[in-house]
Design a protein around this ligand. Structure first.
Ligand code: 6MZ
Length: 374
């Protein structure tokens, strides 16, 4: 924290108050809908993996360590870091391990439903196909030790009876991401894979990656295929200024969008008129400077307009945040009360890409919380 203050962290003025909110925010059951697997890896794990590659002479460890430990980074630097992380997380076992750890971390923050997104990757050197990558992620769900992971609806009902569960459980579903660097064919392959693997808990498609790379028309055929086949879609929209793309994205009417930082007035009005929920990533937007100051974040406008918005982490590992902290920031910076934070968490349920059965089960957990709120 002293380091944060000394380096002029944009969060330094709020740290004490945020800290006082954290225990309550942790106890609140939460829904996480915008978390990238490789952006959510613990720094300690990244460092451990980097040491191994350093020992093999494959990377220069001190350089990599400095990049991993750097606090603020621009959006462009972020994408360089992702390329580096992807060098560290190349084989199936590592993908399984990071998935397990990321889920355990979200569960420890009392996340009761997590939609984790990740980009299926081809890596011939590691014998990895997009499908085997996703299988390694699914193995990570099974490897979780600290809580029970529920990943598809067939696990909810057995012999027509709704099973009672141990108290500690987390529903985890996956979204497969299309990286904006990919070709139309590669994007189609990802959508086809998601369709083939729906029964394993894959519930939707995300479009992400460096917003300064790639064109909307490249991804349209794949997104249309997903839409035709009934697979919900969330798009990273307006992370940097790009009016025509934002217009195209809003006209497509995705089931959700992420960020919405750089919208011009007409597109902002169109968004508010629509009912497209926005995944809001406070720390990420301020760290990458797509929003200059937290107090001026467009969340305020969304919230005042009662536009559906969901607090999310984006990349908890690389932005050194967690979902409880995002709720605490909303309380401290925008004056949300405990009751309002509870409503935010609860309303997120309306926008999950999973079926009604799951919603009903999770709603009960919020009802229990509503009776104890002080
Ligand atoms: C756009 C982002 C992102 O898929 O390898 N990603 N895309 N904007 C952001 N805001 C900071 N943060 C993460 O996780 C890492 C990948 O997620 C996307 C990028 O494509 C990044 O390479 P996976 O698990």
């Amino acid at each position: 924290d002293d380091f944060a203050a000394a380096t002029g962290s944009p969060f330094a003025p709020f740290e004490d108050e945020v800290r006082s909110w954290l225990p309550w925010c942790r106890s609140l059951p939460k829904i996480e809908l915008h978390a990238h697997l490789n952006g959510s890896v613990r720094s300690s794990t990244l460092l451990e993996l980097a040491i191994r590659l350093g020992e093999k002479g494959l990377i220069n460890f001190p350089e990599v360590e400095a990049i991993i430990l750097k606090g603020d980074r621009s959006l462009a630097e972020c994408f360089k870091l992702f390329d580096l992380i992807h060098l560290l997380t190349t084989d199936h076992n590592i993908i399984t391990r990071i998935t397990k750890e990321v889920i355990e971390d979200f569960a420890s923050e009392n996340v009761i439903y997590l939609e984790l997104r990740t980009t299926p990757k081809l890596n011939p050197l590691a014998g990895m196909t997009k499908r085997s990558y996703v299988e390694a992620v699914l193995a990570g769900l099974k490897a979780v030790e600290t809580v029970e992971v529920i990943s598809n609806t067939s696990e909810i009902q057995q012999n027509g009876l709704v099973m009672t569960r141990p108290k500690e459980s987390i529903h985890v579903r996956l979204l497969l991401s299309i990286d904006r660097r990919e070709s139309t064919e590669a994007a189609m392959e990802t959508v086809q894979l998601a369709l083939d693997m729906q029964k394993f808990g894959i519930v939707g498609i995300d479009l992400s990656g460096n917003p300064r790379v790639g064109e909307w028309k490249t991804f349209m055929p794949a997104l249309k295929l997903a839409r035709e086949q009934g697979l919900p879609i969330t798009l990273h929209c307006g992370e940097v200024p790009n009016t025509s793309e934002v217009q195209n994205m809003l006209a497509f009417q995705p089931e959700r969008i992420g960020h919405a930082c750089c919208l011009e007035e007409p597109e902002w009005a169109a968004l508010l008129q629509s009912s497209i929920p926005v995944e809001v990533c406070l720390t990420s937007n301020v760290r990458t400077e797509t929003v200059p100051f937290l107090r001026d974040h467009h969340f305020v406008s969304l919230y005042k307009s009662r536009h559906p918005s969901i607090l999310c982490t984006d990349d908890s590992g690389i932005f050194a945040t967690d979902i409880s902290r995002e709720y605490a920031l909303a309380a401290v910076c925008f004056g949300l009360t405990k009751a309002e934070l509870l409503s935010m968490a609860r309303n997120a349920l309306r926008h999950i890409f999973c079926g009604d059965e799951v919603k009903a089960e999770l709603e009960d957990k919020f009802k229990a919380m509503a009776t104890v709120i002080d």
